[in-house]
Design a protein around this ligand. Structure first.
Ligand code: SF4
Length: 649
């Protein structure tokens, strides 16, 4: 049997380990990326490791999420990040250049490379035949040292796309259909590799909508072949020399196959409060919509925004709707401006925002209480938009524009009728603005060594976890339900995002919206355990969802299942992730029960640990779904201690 594209790329970066799905493989990483609201911890960790310069082919620090500068915290972060980048040989993408994923695929990505990014939507770059993996910031710091990175060898699922999307139906519908079928946790351990005549007909930005939002399935990543569409995209970026054809073998072997007929897709919506709660848009109850946001890295390509503009052309945003647009990159914004689409949007009464993540991660444009927000972004968890009482629906840009006009859920066809066909004529430009003057290139090594790192008052030291002890006798500080997201653990919004460099301050808001008393309670307990349900820690790659509980004394998380990136973050930051062997035991444990573990350090290597619930008087078993390498990290007291031992030794 032939090889999948995923296998070919993994083989070309292989260092050691096993190529059997589920087992651990170690790979060279070519590129890394970070973004401003998570990266301070990453660069503090890199500083603590003690190397003089990054050892990747290219590492980029994007200043893109929080550009509001409402107080000193974000400028403190940006100045620190810029100086750390200059010191260690990292590119900086300045505020206003664009959102990390959109800029990275356009200006740095190349087929066949592997990148690791400190953001869960790093798989965006899979659109050009790269293997792009979202991880926590500590893993990015590790990748920057040039140390081969561990990866659980994925299962490779072949998604065969047939046919063509009808006008008014967007690539967003493909990934929403995938989410409907696979669900938010069904992708764990999988890479989704797209092929078929329908895949070949999609342009790179359409593919990126799919690979970007594949993160919502919990997948390791998603990837498209590097073919003519990729060549066209790179040529339009003035980078055709970076193109190389990369396809799966014709008789490639896959672990599973999914088939989607694109002609049969219709406009869809992910309804509150999960991205897999997908319905046909026509079936969504026609309630008044308070806010429409056309933005985010997921769905603001040139063609996306131009189509939305054509839906709005000659019409007006409904007077009951607040409608905004944030385009993902400066080059796309300029192309849309050049071709008159920004005028169309503004003439329709839509408000243009900065080129930044902004509202996607609750930095501005919070919906009203109980307000219905319709967004083109990728997540609709409670509180994702900054107000846990709001209801977020995820749709395509065409549907969002139609909804803005109607004031309730509508598709492009509802507005344009037979004229919806004109949307099919929109194509990506043949050339983009290639001015990289908002990228700062790394300094030569000697000059870089002289750079002083600037630490404003918001830059606080990186907390380092304790080494685990043999005996644990601690209370349960929280019994959480299913699908707790990293947004639940560390809330998003301008206020909280800018605290991420200051753990003593931010930890006070740990689980703030989920259980406002958690932080006080955990702190008073000193050391504790969190008990969770299914899919614990889903969502973003935010390692603060591990650092804050660690800082508050949490030693273990015992859950029915734990999301991939969050599990890695727990390991890296010294919290032991444990899984109930029998999920029914979850029901028997109460918050504040005392749990006891004897001989913990001896039990960890066995990957099975007996826990005694002193309060309820019963024993239960937990599994450690950890590789040998992760076990060593856990026993070392986190990745920083482990890595320093390795590099020093
Ligand atoms: Fe930014 Fe939202 Fe994309 Fe994350 S998902 S990188 S917050 S636009």
């Amino acid at each position: 049997m032939g090889k999948s594209l995923t296998r070919k790329i993994i083989e070309s970066h292989y260092v050691s380990g096993s190529m059997i799905p589920g087992e651990e493989v170690f790979l060279y990483i070519d590129q890394t990326l970070t973004h401003d609201i998570n990266a301070v911890m990453t660069y503090l960790a890199f500083e603590a490791i003690g190397l003089d310069r990054v050892r990747t082919e290219c590492s980029v620090s994007y200043l893109d999420h929080n550009l509001l500068y409402v107080d000193h915290k974000t400028p403190d972060d940006h100045i620190y990040l810029q100086s750390a980048a200059r010191r260690y040989g990292v590119y900086v993408s300045r505020p206003g250049n664009g959102i990390c994923h959109a800029v990275h695929v356009a200006r740095f990505g190349a087929p066949g490379k592997i990148s690791m990014g400190g953001d869960s939507h790093t798989p965006h770059g899979g659109a050009i035949g790269m293997l792009c993996i979202g991880v926590g910031g500590m893993d990015v710091a590790t990748a920057m040292t040039g140390v081969p990175m561990r990866l659980k060898m994925p299962r490779v699922v072949n998604v065969v796309l047939h046919g063509r999307l009808r006008p008014g139906v967007n690539a967003k519908e493909i990934i929403l259909e995938m989410l409907r079928r696979v669900t938010i946790k069904g992708g764990l351990g999988n890479v989704y590799e797209y092929t078929g005549d329908g895949a070949a007909a999609l342009e790179v930005p359409e593919r990126a909508t799919i690979t970007n939002m594949g993160a919502e399935m919990g997948a390791t990543t998603s990837i498209f072949p590097s073919d003519d569409a990729v060549r066209r995209f790179l040529r339009a970026q003035g980078r055709e020399t970076d193109y190389r054809e990369l396809l799966p073998d014709e008789n490639a072997e896959y672990d599973e196959q999914i088939v989607i007929n694109l002609d049969q897709l219709e406009p869809l919506a992910a309804c509150p409060h999960q991205p897999d709660n997908v319905k046909p848009l026509r079936e969504v109850e026609k309630k008044p919509v308070q806010q429409v946001f056309i933005g985010s890295c997921t769905n603001t390509s040139y063609a996306d925004v131009a189509k939305a503009a054509l839906v709005l052309q000659g019409r007006h945003v409904n007077e009951t709707v607040s409608c905004t647009c944030a385009i993902a990159s400066r080059q796309t914004y300029k192309a849309l401006m050049h071709d008159g689409y920004i005028d169309m949007l503004m003439d329709a009464g839509l408000r243009m925002l900065e080129i930044a993540c902004g509202p996607c991660c609750a930095i501005g444009q919070t919906p009203a209480t109980e307000g219905i927000a319709v967004r083109t972004s990728n997540r609709n968890f409670k509180g994702r938009a900054g107000n846990p009482n709001a209801k977020i629906y995820l749709v395509s840009p065409e549907s969002a524009a139609a909804t803005a006009v109607m004031g309730t859920f509508a598709s492009a066809e509802d507005i344009l009728g037979a004229n919806v066909a004109k949307l099919a004529g929109i194509r990506e430009p043949e050339g983009y603005d290639q001015n990289d003057n908002m990228l700062i290139a790394p300094l030569p090594e000697e000059e870089a060594a002289q750079v002083e790192i600037v630490r404003g008052p918001n830059i606080r030291p990186l907390p380092v976890p304790e080494v685990p002890e043999q005996e644990l006798h601690v209370p349960v500080s929280l019994k959480a339900g299913d699908n707790v997201s990293t947004d639940d653990i560390t809330p998003a919004s301008a206020e909280f995002s800018s605290m991420r460099s200051n753990i003593p301050m931010m930890s006070k808001f740990c689980y703030h919206r989920y259980d406002p008393e958690f932080a006080e309670r955990a702190k008073a307990m000193g050391r504790s355990i969190i008990v969770g349900g299914e899919n614990y820690g889903q969502g973003s790659s935010r390692e603060h969802a591990a650092i804050n509980p660690m800082y508050l004394g949490v030693k273990c998380v015992i859950a029915k299942s734990i999301a991939r990136i969050h599990k890695g973050n727990l390991v890296n930051h010294g919290i032991i992730p444990m899984l109930f062997e029998d999920s029914a035991d979850y029901e028997r444990i109460c918050q504040e029960d005392i749990l006891e573990i004897h001989h913990l350090l001896d039990q960890i290597p066995e990957k099975r640990v007996i826990v005694h619930d002193v309060t309820q008087g019963f024993d239960f078993t937990v599994r450690l779904d950890l590789s040998e390498n992760e076990i060593e990290v856990v026993l070392s007291g986190g990745q920083l201690r482990f890595l320093k031992k390795q590099l020093d030794g």
